[in-house]
Write a protein that binds this ligand. Sequence first.
Ligand SMILES: *Cc1c(COP(=O)(O)O)cnc(C)c1O
Length: 228
Amino acid sequence: MNPLDATRNQVLQQIAEACQHAGRDVQDVSLLAVSKTQPSTALAAMYAAGQRAFGENYLQEALDKIEALADLDIEWHFIGHVQRNKTKHLADKFDWVHGVDRLIIAERLSNQREATQAPLNICLQVNIDSQDTKDGCQPHEVADLVAQISQLPHLCLRGLMVIPAPNNTPAFRDAKALFDQVKAQHAQPQHWDTLSMGMSGDLEAAVAAGSTMLRIGTALFGARDYSK
Ligand SMILES: *Cc1c(COP(=O)(O)O)cnc(C)c1O
């Protein structure tokens, strides 16, 4: 008996209830298993429980797991901060990158993605609640960045990613409004379908506001141990 079966089912149940409460179709909200600090064996067990999409934050740790789990049909998402000198590995090894917030990063990812690979899926990270951080573009920059990034040949711009401050759930509504604004544009990107927001502690509010992809770590794997 795989103990992660039960944990994953609990989280899926929680998502289903949040969808029901919000009057949304459960098919429209996907679960990204955030596996930073977890050993490959834990990812393999979560995979055996049915999970296919995994999110990692730290590049070297992720590359080790991608190699160790190469036999599994995993969809790899990078959800950490993207450094300019690390884009080559991201373009090579990942299916999605959520933390893109500058044109230069997107250009590098597009140039470094092999034409033989499927386009790299991208979310534009927005600093939605004016936090004191360098991560994420400003909301007023979104329209121009979307117009520019959606022209890049080896990327597929899918939507927005936000990490509001803890308990700032109203910021989810602002993110949804921004997402819808792009959608309403005449020249919206072709596959604009992803609003990446919500973690273990705030998934209900994120679903209520319109999240289409929840990034869940602790509720799936338990508390992280950073000491190793
Ligand atoms: C770690 C992390 C998560 C998962 O957080 P939990 O509270 O463990 O669910 C989600 N998104 C990002 C960007 C993260 O870094």
